[in-house]
Ligand binder design. Sequence first.
Ligand code: SF4
Length: 333
Amino acid sequence: MVATGCNMCLKGAKMVLFVTGVCGFSCWYCPLSEERWQKDVVYANERPVLCDDDVLEEARAMNALGTGITGGDPVGCLERTLHYATLLKKEWPDHHIHLYTASHLKEKTLEVMEGLIDELRFHLIDFSDISFVSRALKYRFDVGVEIPMIPSRVRETQHLIQRLKGIGIHFININELEYADRTIEEMRKRKLTLSNDTCVIEESGKAAAQVVQDEVVHYCTAHDKDSIQLRNRFIRRAALTRKPYEDIEDGMLVKGVIVCCSGRAARNIRTLLLERVDVPEAFVEVLGERVETHWALAEEAVPWIKPMEGIIQIGIEKRYPTYTNPLIEYIPL
Ligand code: SF4
């Protein structure tokens, strides 16, 4: 079964709310980056969160239908986690919230989560104890287990799946094992093969094929995460945040950019462009020393703009439509 939260994620409709990098566990395969690992920071997608409005604005910017609360261990800062869940539910009562945790939750915690959390996903580190999963199944939310596919744990994982089915688990997610800069050494120590094309461990897919043979189990590959889920989230955010002159290509925003030596020169270029081409004023914008416009318009204007004084460079930019808006590709014209 594919969990409700996964379906939304694959459509790119889930916001990722990272509530803390702090975690009391120390999994050797932990995918957190150096910037987030054990740092008490909050991010809504790629946006640093300094106040509640940052969370709501980010959710609006992508028209999020739900949120996945993650960390670190979100239960380690329970008050904060519940605060954000309440904030989102108050604004959008149907907003679907799933929460990841490796903590063994007690009744008191499960009770306060009811009504706020729609789906609980336990990351099992030690497979021997699943009593806390049984406990969570008595409450009004979907309960699943989400674990990375560690190649040496095939038999242990097969056995775990049978036991989880026995207690009536709602879903099990098996993730392709990935490596990060921080974990490369650990992966090598365990003689695992690091793929050169993507950040995955090559043996993980084969191992997963031996355990994913049941409809309660869903296998999530790194490709699902990056090429489908993340790309769809970018397309969704791009459609809502794009400027009139920006095109969307593969989840990136594409535009023409003319960099001038001063703001004054940029304003002059804008005036000239609008005199020469019949486009709405909103199609040419000055931002500091940059003139931004549709890429085709910039391309068309190259022969007369390039030789002009005060022009530093002209080109096409492709950027991710995230809060930080990183430049992914630059094509000089
Ligand atoms: S529980 Fe999660 S965040 Fe904590 S160390 Fe393990 S993988 Fe990392």
